[in-house]
Design a protein around this ligand. Structure first.
Ligand SMILES: [Zn+2]
Ligand SMILES: [Zn+2]
Length: 259
């Protein structure tokens, strides 16, 4: 079964989706799902904003679990929260731990950069920080959405692969040497343009020795589960990358095409 390994539901601050709606949407599409609710220790906001309570979450979702419904977490990595995050990942029986960069140090990419349009972040700063976070957080199972800023600002020159291919090389080497797969986040691959933009990036990952990718839609609504997966499947197949998912923190190969 192919898994959508990155989805959110009402346990995440930015989603109102019911777990049951997500589960039936996935079933209809023939996909397995892993709930990966947000935990961002350094998010500036209310004390529980973007910090899922794992006790409540895992207890409430236990009844939904099956071979095709798993429970994980998406941890926002920062250099300030390494110890908290490491402890969190080790203290609960998550199936899967995504490490994502939502902040570059204290700069929240969405709130302080995208929303405010302040020139407080450059591509160089972002990719350097991603590389640093992999170095410092080898407990994660996969690196989430390396193209996170691009979903808001597009692949302008300052964040493009062409400009930063050497930094990508460092990131890929780090990941591969630690046996950490990279996510193929399907959210942006709706058409040819982004497909062609992502192809050389994932080809480079393959050429560096990477063989595995997790597929994630990052859906916050049931209707977006498995979004653009046909394109993600084509892209991975074109390169020779195998889709994987995690259960009990162990990696498994997914079937190569959507059921
Ligand atoms: Zn994320
Ligand atoms: Zn997410």
């Amino acid at each position: 079964m192919l898994f959508d390994t990155h989805i959110h539901s009402k346990m995440s601050t930015d989603s109102e989706e019911e777990a049951t709606a997500a589960i039936s949407a996935a079933k209809k599409k023939g996909l397995g799902i892993i709930f990966t609710e947000h935990y961002d220790a350094d998010f500036v906001g209310g004390p529980s904003d973007f910090r899922v309570n794992p006790d409540i979450y895992l207890k409430e979702y236990e009844k939904y679990k099956s071979d095709g419904v798993l429970t994980g977490i998406e941890i926002g990595l920062t250099h300030m929260s390494t110890e908290i995050n490491k402890k969190l990942a080790a203290s609960y029986p998550f199936d899967f731990v995504i490490g994502s960069v939502h902040m570059v140090g204290e700069t929240d990419i969405y709130l302080d950069f995208v929303k405010s349009e302040k020139p407080c972040l450059t591509g160089e700063m972002y990719f350097d920080y991603v590389a640093r976070m992999i170095e410092e957080n080898d407990f994660i199972d996969a690196l989430g959405h390396i193209d996170y800023p691009l979903r808001y600002i597009g692949a302008g020159a300052d964040f493009s692969f062409e400009t930063h291919s050497k930094k990508y090389d460092i990131i890929f080497e780090n990941l591969i040497s630690r046996n950490i797969p990279i996510e193929l986040n399907s959210r942006r691959i709706s058409g040819k343009e982004v497909y062609c933009e992502m192809l050389p990036i994932y080809k480079r990952y393959y050429d560096a020795g990477g063989r595995y990718v997790t597929f994630g839609s990052d859906a916050h609504k049931a209707e977006n589960i498995g979004q653009n997966f046909k394109n993600a499947v084509s892209l991975a197949a074109q390169i020779g990358l195998k889709p994987v998912y995690f259960k009990g923190r162990k990696m498994y190969i997914s079937s190569p095409s959507p059921a």
